[in-house]
Design a protein around this ligand. Structure first.
Ligand code: ATP
Ligand code: MG
Length: 292
């Protein structure tokens, strides 16, 4: 198995590193960067502006304003029912499937409002790789689990698919474990292996963001640590947004933290600042364990 060096993010570097909004950090094609320069918007940029979500009569997300940095791990924390999953599901418009949903406000992804009628939902979902709480491999082989999405997006050359499958399985440290049984059903893998497979499947269609909702909570401690290490490794190339119940996990891997309470974003900022010197009393109380 490929071993990943566990690189705990150096929190002290955040202060100088927090200029992400104007950083030209992602390799952009010239035309893309030209197109966005006028807007001051860079690639893999996500900005939530005055977002409100109602489900039937309930006001679930309340005037959320937020910016998500590229190539960082953002952890969304807060007590149960505060709206973490709803916010995450809104980013890839999975929320649209909810009965009685109404939303207003904007979510800009790379400068385009995902609620704009002209925005293709399939394009948004391609940009947003989603990892759910429980691994949900497709009922097919290990190989096909990775190749499937690429085929859906028009890639049918066997040689190219082979190399994508190998590269993505290597990226999640699964290649050595499965290379001799690529045609066996994905369901035969352990739960931890299945979660890494699902991550590889998401990466194969080249997303810009990785969204994960409690992605380690169903895993054993070793698999969980493995997925955490992968996130730390993958942030070199992606903006990663994790919903987590586990404060300790956020402390270990977050670069940026969003604290939510009763549908509102109470505080957001560099992990160092939020954890060590929260601006809001409510954040401090939550971090002290006064409520959960
Ligand atoms: N389909 C739905 N219909 C009605 N209310 C909903 C629906 N989905 C979510 N809610 C409500 O929206 C609020 C936010 O739910 P959400 O699942 O986003 O919370 P969460 O922060 O992810 O909680 P947890 O930590 O328990 O997963 C809750 O009060 C929940 O009951
Ligand atoms: Mg949730």
């Amino acid at each position: 198995m490929k071993s990943f060096l566990y690189r705990n993010p150096t929190r002290a570097s955040w202060a100088e590193d927090y200029s992400f909004l104007n950083n030209d950090s992602k390799n952009q094609s010239d035309s893309e960067s030209d197109k966005r320069e006028g807007l001051g918007i860079k690639k893999s940029y996500l900005k939530v502006s005055n977002l409100n979500i109602h489900i039937h009569k309930a006001h679930i997300l309340k005037n959320v304003n937020l910016e998500i940095p590229d190539k960082k791990i953002t952890c969304i924390i807060g007590p149960s029912g505060c709206g973490k999953s709803t916010l995450l599901k809104t980013f890839n418009r999975l929320i649209d499937d909810t009965e009685g949903i109404r939303y207003d406000g904007s979510i800009f992804v790379d400068g385009y409002d995902i609620f704009d009628k002209k925005t293709e939902i399939t394009e948004i979902r391609k940009k947003m790789g989603l990892l759910s709480q429980r691994p949900c491999p497709l009922p097919m082989s290990i190989y096909e689990n990775i190749a499937f999405g690429c085929k859906m997006h028009g890639e049918h050359k066997k040689k190219k698919l082979n190399s994508i499958v190998e590269a993505q399985l290597k990226a999640v440290g699964l290649w050595e474990e499965v290379k001799d049984r690529l045609s066996s059903p994905a369901s035969k893998l352990s739960i931890g292996q299945q979660q890494r497979l699902c991550l590889a499947r998401g990466l194969a269609v080249e997303p810009e963001f990785i969204l994960a909702d409690e992605a380690t909570s169903a895993l054993d401690p070793i698999s969980s640590k493995h997925i955490e290490e992968l996130f730390v490794e993958l942030k070199k190339d992606y903006a990663i947004i994790l919903v987590t119940h586990t404060l300790r996990q956020a402390l270990r891997i977050a670069d940026h933290v969003v604290f939510m309470y009763l549908g509102e974003v109470i505080e957001a900022g560099p992990a160092d600042e939020v954890f060590n010197n929260p601006k809001q009393e409510l954040t401090r109380k939550y971090l002290e364990g006064a409520f959960s």
